[in-house]
Write a protein that binds this ligand. Sequence first.
Ligand SMILES: Cc1ncc(COP(=O)(O)O)c(C=O)c1O
Length: 471
Amino acid sequence: MKLDQYGNEIGWIPEIGTSGDIPLYQALVQAIQDDINKGILMRGYKMPPQRVLANQLGINHGTVTRAYKICEEKGLVKGIVGKGTFIAASPGLPISLLTDHKDTDLISLGMAIPLYECNPFIETLIKQVLDSMDYGLTMTYCPPEGHIKHRYVAANWLIKYKMKVEAENIIITSGTQNALSIILMTLFEKGDRIVVDEYTYTGLISLAAYMKVILVPVFGDEEGMDIEELKSTCKREQPKGIYIMSDYQNPTTVTLSVERRKALAKVIEDNNLLLMEDATFSFSLEKKIKPISAYVPQQSLFIMGTSKAISPAFRISYIAAPSSLVEKLSHGLNNIIWMASPYTSEIVSLLQSTGLYERIEEVKIQILKVRNKRFDEIMTGYHVLPAPTSCYRFIQLPGSYDDVELEYLALEKGVQILSANRFYVGSKPEKPTIRLAVSAPNTLEELETALNIIKELLDNYRKRKSFYPVL
Ligand SMILES: Cc1ncc(COP(=O)(O)O)c(C=O)c1O
């Protein structure tokens, strides 16, 4: 290992252009980005301290600080208080991996596409309710939190998910990502901390980075977040909130037991946390379990959306909030989107009040059951949590595997998968893991084809030594 004149170890020195066309800090950002793309800087790599790099390059300390800050905003690096700056878990991976490739021959096991094969069936149900639409109501502005009629129907419908809430406590948003944005913008400030599972929803990770809200990972086991670890994290980090997916956690598929829910509720109460419980995938759980929010209704925001349960086209999400927060959230919603579309809200409301919503859910659960059974048959021999009706599955691989490399190798074979690195909060996950969305392929046959390709890839996998140049 090379040492600088002060005895600091130098593991990496960027080559920054000296043409003077762009400011030095931008050139340094570019150099970091380039070295990530080339595989020279790997995820989890500890970047040189700013002072050391500044000395090495003969540039100002402030220039390096500025460049690191921009890299952090771009999601390329991650600063961990007291530990340093690390290359982020999934830097530089093409965002196109997350897009819908239905116009190509690629089979997607990537994004959790909610069973498009159900769309023709959903279409017939939508046609049934269109005649009952209250156009007078839906073609005008409404209060930011939504029409009371829609909130009332939603409150009744939420009972099915074991969530008891008054209509006045429901706020209608344009999807769960929108609900989370409203919550973070309204109730959190820059520098506030939110506790999350070590693997969590990518949309929250990027939103928190955007809002400069700090996500604090808490380790867990195959039953979810560890209670003792959570308690000590609360003591150490003084978080303001906690974000949990109690049913089919994305990406791990863990469904919290009743005992774990109660224990989490107790910690939430004791530490005065605000719970954000994301129930996006609760629809696919065959036997519904009482959410944590039902134990701590005064400290929770239960968020349930329709884009996976029905279709992204009818994208509504309900926040069940305590009375103390309804006004603040409605005000925030008003500032951000004014209101969710009353037209979409009316369609969803009609599906809920006529029982058609449940029929869609039942059909999806049955399809997911068949798809997951095939998954279990094909993926024998790998460490996968049981998740009989989940939209995706989480595979923990032996340490000799490289999950990011597997993403690329799978793409080469025409299948899109996700390295669970993308969901990781922290510098580098301990084990390689991948998430395969069983709900994404258009048909069962397509799913089987894709799974067989992945099974063969995993069975015959040898880490390519040349994939990442050794530092
Ligand atoms: C856990 C989780 N929450 C929220 C969302 C986004 O939902 P919506 O489409 O309602 O914004 C997703 C999308 O995949 C998700 O996985």
